[in-house]
Design a protein around this ligand. Structure first.
Ligand SMILES: [Zn+2]
Length: 88
């Protein structure tokens, strides 16, 4: 099974054996951002996407995507209710 995926960073369309939102070129960037978010949530477990976004300079949309991918299970903010503005 091969999935057609769209990278959330560069919006490139690519094929992958796993369902993912990040292409190979952006994987490193993705892991850096994810590390930062996880660290931040350890310090401030009740943060929402806007606070994380302001502190780390990561677009809230990307933080929501990490959540949807299941990386931020401990987070219980209200960010999934943010409007979906993709403009950066
Ligand atoms: Zn990419």
């Amino acid at each position: 099974m091969i999935y057609t995926c769209v990278c959330k960073h560069c919006h490139k369309v690519f094929k992958s054996k796993i369902r993912t939102l990040c292409c190979k070129d952006c994987r490193e960037k993705d892991e850096d951002q994810l590390d930062d978010i996880v660290q931040y949530l350890k310090l401030y477990p009740n943060s929402n996407a806007l606070q994380i976004s302001e502190e780390l300079g990561i677009h809230p949309y990307e933080i929501i995507k990490f959540m949807e991918e299941g990386w931020l299970g401990e987070a219980n903010g209200t960010f999934s209710q943010l409007p979906d503005d993709r403009e950066i």
